[in-house]
Design a protein around this ligand. Structure first.
Ligand code: TXA
Ligand code: MG
Length: 348
């Protein structure tokens, strides 16, 4: 398949290209588009055939459900059953990096939801995504636009590396602003009333969610490795994600101890290090990949996936990174990093 790459810097002057991409989706084709979190690999969410094509292009197991993307939060109600809590979440966080799992309506095929009776809906906050979705009279099903097992793409370059020849169109809209995938929540209910289950942490933090719904429960798979035979609430949490070829070890400990450990390791073997800016003067300038300042979680989120790809190319014996704290946006960083490291944490 020939992949067409379209660069869009200004939506107003690219109406024709946007219409062309929407026409490709309508005809059952695949279009990669930028969002504020990561790039998405889009197809028509109402078409089982399109969803099957998405799984094939990504090399992803077809029991791992897709998120449907809509232009406005209200439009989601055509495809899912939503109540008052959904509307309050939408008013607070949409468009934006929040995905809500709701009971699906019949029009959404099981091929899109991986056989589940629920569907995940998201309304992205990106001018190109918005323009594309507003041209589509159907929801756009889109997983992250990486090959299964690779870090999610935050630039068109990453997408081209992974998916050239596997999709019809790639829209290059520059770097993704946030750099980590959306927060995913499910609305649940028990005797005490409605509550939220956090399935995947992202830029909409637990604290922010708590402002809209008092009870937020963190699903076990967010923080820990599930035991043999345990099933996660979100099927995607089952797979080892973002796995670099170079083994990744997360260092946990007092900053001075971690730095001393890294200095010693640099003498002993070839290391790729995802370090903080503050550490650069104290380390040898070999295979250093600065993720941002120690306290600058937004920059760390923005650069993480890109640097995991870069650091892996260094061909070092081992890759080191810091184990993040789990406060605020740190929870999303922690969740992605423990998975990239296959839960390898070294206390120093
Ligand atoms: O930021 C994002 O969410 C990006 C952009 C493109 O929107 N998309 C994304 O999609 O990260 P994906 O497919 O790579 O991750 C979606 C996750 C998977 O782990 C999947 O298992 C979970 O959402 N998911 C989807 N539908 C679900 C459902 N009905 N119930 C529980 N989990 C669901
Ligand atoms: Mg993904």
């Amino acid at each position: 398949m020939q992949t067409e790459i379209i660069r869009i810097t200004d939506v107003a002057s690219s109406r024709a290209e946007i219409k062309q991409a929407a026409a490709v989706l309508r005809a059952g084709g695949l279009v990669v588009f930028p969002t504020e979190t990561v790039y998405g690999l889009g197809g028509n969410g109402l078409s089982a055939t399109s969803s099957k094509k998405i799984y094939a292009a990504k090399g992803r197991p077809s029991n791992n459900p897709l998120i449907i993307h809509v232009d406005t939060p209200h439009e989601a109600e055509k495809y899912a059953f939503a109540g008052d809590l959904y509307r309050r979440l939408a008013a607070a966080f949409m468009p934006g990096p929040l995905t809500v799992v709701l009971p699906k309506r019949d029009c959404i095929p099981y091929a899109t939801t991986g056989g589940l009776d629920t569907v995940a809906v998201r309304c992205p906050d990106h001018p190109v995504a918005h323009a594309l979705l507003s041209e589509c009279d159907f929801p756009v099903a889109a997983p992250s636009a990486n090959l299964s097992g690779k870090p999610s793409p935050t630039t068109a370059r990453h997408v081209i590396t992974d998916l050239s020849g596997r999709v019809d169109v790639i829209i290059d809209g520059g770097e993704s602003d946030i750099g980590l995938e959306s927060t995913i929540i499910k609305i649940d209910r028990d005797e005490a009333g409605e509550y939220l289950t956090l399935l995947r942490p992202g830029a909409i933090t637990v604290d922010a969610l708590t402002c809209v719904c008092e009870r937020v429960i963190i699903a076990p798979a967010v923080l820990e490795q599930l035991g043999e035979g345990e099933r996660p609430l979100s099927p995607g949490m089952m797979y080892r994600h973002y796995a670099p070829t170079t083994p990744l070890v997360l260092l946990d400990g007092d900053p001075a101890h971690v730095l001393a450990y890294l200095q010693k390791e640099q003498e002993a073997r070839s290391c790729a290090i995802l370090c903080y800016l503050e550490e650069i003067p104290h380390l040898k300038d070999v295979h250093l990949f600065p993720v941002g300042g120690r306290e600058d979680l937004s920059t760390q989120a923005h650069s993480l996936f890109s640097l995991l790809r870069e650091a892996d190319k260094a061909g070092a014996d081992v890759m080191y990174a810091h184990l993040p704290d789990t406060n605020g946006l740190g929870l999303a960083l922690y969740n992605r990093m423990i998975r990239a490291a296959a839960h390898t944490i070294l206390k120093v």
